[in-house]
Design a protein around this ligand. Structure first.
Ligand SMILES: C[S@@+](CC[C@H](N)C(=O)[O-])C[C@H]1O[C@@H](n2cnc3c(N)ncnc32)[C@H](O)[C@@H]1O
Length: 241
């Protein structure tokens, strides 16, 4: 499919396949369980990668449509779907134009994906479109550091990192992007850990949001001030990371 050619990153895909098992052991598996706990009904997962979430969906989930643009990762996800405890259909597609009608899903899941989508605003608008009114967005994403000097290092390193790591950006304020897209964040935890031996500890957000009718007032205020937000949770050391 031509439209997906810009998402083909075979070297990154092989590297992700190799490193994801280590990452799961270092804490990612536990975060995936929290991410998916309590979900039910029809779920769309965007940027499913090699399907590392699939084993963690609760039995109340009736079906998952897992969208993945990269050919190698999608092949691995198809194998993982066959081993999953619930029905999972893996489809080719990308976040900017999800292959689904409006209001199709009860919930949407993104994990370690909003760092990589070319346009967060567009991807989040698509997630909103395919969710039923009041539908839930579950997210687990690494984000920009709350410490100014770490954030500056991330700004400096991100262009090179992005080329090596499948388009990933280290310095995105994803919680604020979720709010700006018109979601109301209901739960937002911050976790700091290193997902790989070679990587420093990174700040992650883990939570859920609902598609609201309009962006909440706090979001509009933050936008007027022209700066990001620290989120609703995460007091303690993680919030300063
Ligand atoms: C770091 S991997 C994470 C995979 C998986 N979600 C996980 O939790 O292990 C990033 C994934 O996002 C996918 N991706 C990148 N850009 C995307 C886009 N625009 N739409 C959908 N998926 C995208 C990549 O192909 C890759 O599978």
């Amino acid at each position: 499919m031509d439209e997906l050619s810009r998402f083909q990153r075979p070297r990154f895909a092989r590297m992700y396949e190799r490193t994801s098992a280590e990452s799961e052991r270092r804490g990612t598996a536990g975060h995936r369980r929290v991410l998916l706990a309590g979900l039910s009904g029809s779920v769309v997962e965007v940027g499913a990668g090699n399907g590392m979430n699939f084993g963690h969906y609760p039995p109340e989930v009736a079906e998952v449509v897992a969208v993945e643009p990269e050919d190698i990762l999608r092949g691995l996800a198809e194998s993982a779907a066959r081993r999953a405890p619930i029905p999972i259909r893996v489809v080719a597609g990308h976040a900017d134009a999800l292959p689904a009608p409006d209001a199709r899903f009860d919930a949407a899941v993104v994990s370690l994906v909003l760092c990589s989508v070319p346009d967060q605003r567009r991807g989040l608008a698509e997630l909103r479109r395919v969710l039923k009114p009041g539908g839930e967005l579950r997210f687990f994403e690494h984000v920009r550091s709350a410490m100014w000097w770490r954030a500056l290092v991330q700004d400096a390193v991100s262009p090179l990192w992005s080329r090596m790591a499948g388009g990933c950006h280290l310095n995105r304020d994803t919680a604020e992007a979720i709010r700006r897209a018109g979601f109301q964040i209901d739960r937002l935890d911050e976790v700091v850990y290193s997902p790989d031996r070679g990587l420093p500890a990174m700040r992650h957000i883990l939570g859920s949001a609902r598609a609201g009718a309009a962006p909440p007032p706090a979001t509009r205020a933050a936008r007027r001030r022209g700066r990001g937000s620290r989120g609703t949770g995460g007091s303690g050391p993680a919030a300063r990371w």
